[in-house]
Design a protein around this ligand. Structure first.
Ligand code: FES
Length: 614
């Protein structure tokens, strides 16, 4: 008896037509050859405008499948069949011949095609697809994440986008996977959120690459980690002030369970994102510049992730930041923050003055001296830096205004990072900048509606200002800001596309920090589109095997540029981003190769032919 694989076993059509779908549209099927020929040869290959299809006869069964191995696209026709198992000739991935399912998860499943027998001839359906592509690729992404298989993740992201699944839905799937399968927020979720934030700034075709990077880093982040254990809210419904107070207390005494249950109770009480942000900011700043700023940055990213995927997921996502928050090491434990000047005491004293300072300003928040305050924050006397912040508050600066000035000042440190420093020192400036950006975003979210009870979060600005002060030696001697002080940039191209091509070329080589900065300055000075240069910087990042900090740097820079616009400050911020990225490029670009293989497989390309032709 002959079995045709790929035809549903009990459809009415089969019953009526003796196992054949005679009324299927003939144009979707191609003639593979006669059954006798197939039996004699064992396998036949069907070519055409469609993807190549391999038809195999094996012990009374006829199977048709995509001839391109799902691993790397090499032809399966060279494979061997034994005991119903097809083994690829190239890297020996093995597949169940009947279903196409792989025994080797790194290779992915091979699509099979329906087969029909018509008057002794074998016909195969030439289109390979899934009844519900969105559902299929959703499941494949779940599989790829669970097993941390880059190729499967890449194909699933590509497949979902091709099936018109909104990027936000893909971000949601990956974010929830990360939150539920790792005991705490991590690097992967931060990268995912940063890249999701950047999607509107990317060239359209880069969304695939951005989501792939985010998803693969979430999957990798879970490796070796304990899964998350859920906690539940308290049974009572206390007022927000008590919950905020408790959260600060449990953070201070490092009681994770208590802090998580308090936060869950605040979420269950329906407190707004702004009130929750205030409570977490107050708890987080119980320690100064904790974990070199990462702890606060993670909290901010969790809020931004919820903006992207929906606040109904707050009970799942937000408590994941608590573990690091309560365990984080504060700068008050480090010598540079205590000697020769006790910077922590300076911040504590100013913190006690904050309620009165904001009361004095009398709610007049029409202050706009952000750039001038940033210059003062870059000074070399910590007491005067704190005085400048206090003066700004008296003059009407809101907490978010202080955060904005701090973020620009920190970006300026990066823009003027001296090339004579050790390479690792880039991270010191980076930490201050991304921390400052997070403080700015959190204070913006908190707002000014109840300023008298929200001032504790301003400690974040004071701590950031001291971290900025301590990093001042990294601007000695300072790098030159290109195009300023009379420097001409006329040796560089003037055409926008040529400048951007030269920028990408600079990222192809090591130590092109100053050239990258000059090209960005040139592009902006000539009035070319800032959005195009941002998209170019993003592409330069996405093609690399970038480190965690590079994603943070780009995203924080783009967010701050959005605030400052194409002003001197905005240009300095993008110059800072370009210099940092250039200092960390190029890399091996292995992830890009995986993404490229997946993309070509999904588009139906024959990789081995393309490789041979190139
Ligand atoms: S196992 Fe088939 S191409 Fe690698």
């Amino acid at each position: 008896m002959l079995t045709l694989i790929g035809v549903p076993a009990a459809t009415p059509k089969e019953s009526a037509m003796g196992g054949m779908l005679m009324d299927a549209p003939i144009k979707e099927f191609a003639l593979a050859g006669s059954l006798e020929e197939l039996k004699a040869k064992g396998r036949l290959l069907v070519h055409g405008s469609h993807r190549p299809i391999l038809v195999i006869y094996d012990r009374g069964r006829v199977v048709a499948l995509d001839n391109r191995c799902p691993h790397m696209g090499f032809p399966l026709e060279r494979g061997s069949v034994e005991d119903g198992i097809l083994t690829c000739h190239w890297h020996h991935a093995r597949f169940d011949l009947e279903s196409g399912c792989t025994f080797d998860l790194w290779a992915d499943d091979v699509p099979i095609c329906p087969v029909e027998l018509r008057n002794g001839d074998v016909w195969v359906k030439t289109t390979v697809g899934h009844a519900d592509p969105a559902a299929h690729w959703h499941q494949r992404l779940a599989d790829g994440l669970a097993h941390d298989i880059g190729l499967v993740i890449a194909k699933a992201v590509h497949g979902q986008l091709a099936a018109d699944v909104p990027p936000a839905a893909i971000v949601r799937q990956v974010a929830l996977f990360g939150a539920q399968n790792r005991d705490g927020w991590g690097v992967g979720l931060t990268i995912l959120t940063a890249l999701a934030n950047l999607l509107p700034a990317l060239w359209e075709e880069e969304a695939y690459l951005a989501l792939f990077h985010g998803a693969r880093r979430v999957a990798a982040d879970r490796d070796g980690q304990a899964p998350r254990r859920e906690r539940v809210p308290l049974g009572s419904r206390r007022e927000s002030a008590a919950l905020k107070r408790w959260l600060q207390h449990w953070t201070k005494v490092r009681h994770r369970e208590a802090a998580e249950r308090t936060l869950l109770t605040a979420i269950a009480a329906g407190l707004s994102p702004g009130v929750l942000a205030d409570a977490l900011l107050a708890a987080e700043t119980e320690r100064a510049f904790a974990d070199a700023g990462h702890s606060l940055d993670f909290i901010n990213k969790a809020f931004e992730c919820l903006d992207l995927i929906g606040w109904e997921y707050a009970p799942t996502l937000l408590p994941t930041v608590v573990g690091q928050m309560v365990a984080a090491r504060g700068a008050e434990e480090s010598t540079p923050w205590r000697h020769p000047v006790d910077l922590v005491a300076l911040c504590d004293k100013a913190t006690r003055e904050l309620p009165e300072l904001f009361a004095t300003s009398n709610g007049a928040h029409d202050w706009s001296d952000h750039a001038a305050l940033a210059r003062e924050l870059l000074g070399d006397d910590p007491a005067r830096i704190v005085d400048a912040l206090k003066a700004a508050i008296r003059a009407g600066a809101a907490p978010a205004d202080l955060g904005r000035s701090l973020a620009y000042a920190a970006a300026f440190r990066v823009a003027r990072f001296g090339n004579a420093n050790e390479h690792a020192d880039w991270e010191t400036t980076h930490h201050v900048f991304t921390y400052a950006n997070a403080v700015h975003q959190m204070l913006t979210r908190v707002g000014t509606a109840k300023l008298d009870s929200y001032v504790m979060g301003v400690r974040g600005v004071l701590h950031g200002a001291m971290a900025l002060y301590l990093a001042r030696y990294l601007n000695v001697p300072p790098a030159r800001i290109p195009g300023e002080g009379g420097e001409q940039l006329d040796d560089l191209p003037a055409d926008a596309a040529m400048i951007r091509a030269a920028l990408l070329d600079a990222f192809d080589r090591q130590r092109q920090v100053d050239l990258a900065a000059r090209l960005v300055a040139r592009h902006l000075a000539l009035g070319h589109s800032p959005h195009a240069v941002i998209a170019t910087l993003a592409f330069a990042l996405l093609r690399e095997d970038a480190g965690f900090h590079a994603y943070q740097m780009l995203e924080a820079g783009v967010r701050q540029f959005t605030v400052w616009g194409n002003t001197d400050a905005g240009r300095h911020i993008l110059i800072a981003v370009a210099r940092y990225l250039a200092a960390h490029s190029p890399t091996e670009r292995a992830a890009l190769q995986t993404a490229d293989i997946a993309q070509r497989l999904m588009r139906g390309g024959e990789l081995h032919h393309e490789a041979a032709a190139s």
